[in-house]
Design a protein around this ligand. Structure first.
Ligand code: BTN
Length: 253
């Protein structure tokens, strides 16, 4: 699961996830390879969203793993690994971040990074996966997006390569510690959750509601405490509504 032995640097590509998937399909991608692009003209986000990033300003890359050795039920460990890596990377640059479930990185109420994980299954096992990361580095204007960057937070201009190497180093450290003790990552992920134990507004297909985020199940479902009890949600079933109530009171207790 270690990465960075080989780096492919592209000037422009549709999406580094697509590029990696094509090479992997042809059998032409060594495990651990990182694909970095200065520009993506069809960058993809979660929930079918686009990932927009000014060319040359931010870190946009994907990496390929074929030695994951996890069952489908354990797939969410990949999400934990990459989000904890990103939070640790930001910490190394003096920044406190939170993980907005499932794997967005937030500083205060602004997004600084997003992750897109695509897995290939073989029966009940994960055969391989491609993890795509977009981390805002030097971009300072985001139009109507609620976003921030390393430059906005620290005042420092970073080279994209140095941030990539920092990610590679951090990922390899997190993976090494995961191999020694796979339970620890769950605690760390949990502690970093944005709005953990706080009242906030959410919406499901029946409308808006107030709830307290109490955790995430091992399969990665969001656990929300609503009037009437705890309900578990998949990614497509619930949405967090930003900028609403944020008191620490809990229902009932
Ligand atoms: C999200 O927050 O919705 C996920 C964003 C993931 C963006 C990265 S950028 C590199 C890789 N290639 C893509 O097309 N998407 C991911």
């Amino acid at each position: 699961m270690r990465i960075g032995q080989k780096i492919i640097h592209l000037e422009s590509v549709d999406s580094t996830n697509n590029y990696a998937a094509n090479l992997a399909r042809e059998g032409n991608l060594a495990p651990g390879t990182v694909i970095l692009a200065d520009e993506q003209y069809a960058g993809r986000g979660q929930r079918m969203a686009k990932w927009q990033s000014q060319p040359g300003m931010n870190l946009t890359f994907s990496y390929f793993l074929d030695d994951v050795n996890l069952s489908v039920e354990e797939r969410f460990d990949l999400t934990k690994l990459v989000s904890v890596t990103l939070s640790g990377l930001l910490k190394k640059r003096g920044l406190t971040s939170r993980i907005k479930w499932p794997n967005d990185l937030y500083i205060r109420d602004e997004k600084i990074a997003g992750v897109l994980i695509e897995t290939q299954l073989s029966g009940n096992r994960i055969r391989s996966c491609i993890i795509g990361v977009g981390l805002n580095v030097n971009q300072t204007g985001f139009e109507d997006l609620n976003a921030t960057s390393l430059k906005l937070e620290t005042g420092i201009h970073y080279t994209i390569r140095e941030v990539l190497f920092l990610f590679i180093q951090s990922w390899n450290e997190v993976v090494d510690s995961y191999k020694t003790n796979s339970l620890h990552i769950t605690d760390t992920y949990h502690q970093l959750l944005y709005h953990l134990d706080e009242k906030a507004q959410y919406a499901d297909n029946e409308g808006e509601f107030e709830a307290v985020l109490t955790g995430v199940t091992p399969e990665g479902r969001l656990m929300l405490k609503r009037e009437g009890g705890i309900v578990n949600y998949d990614l497509k079933e619930v949405r967090f509504l930003p900028g609403r109530s944020q008191s620490k009171d809990e229902f009932g207790e």
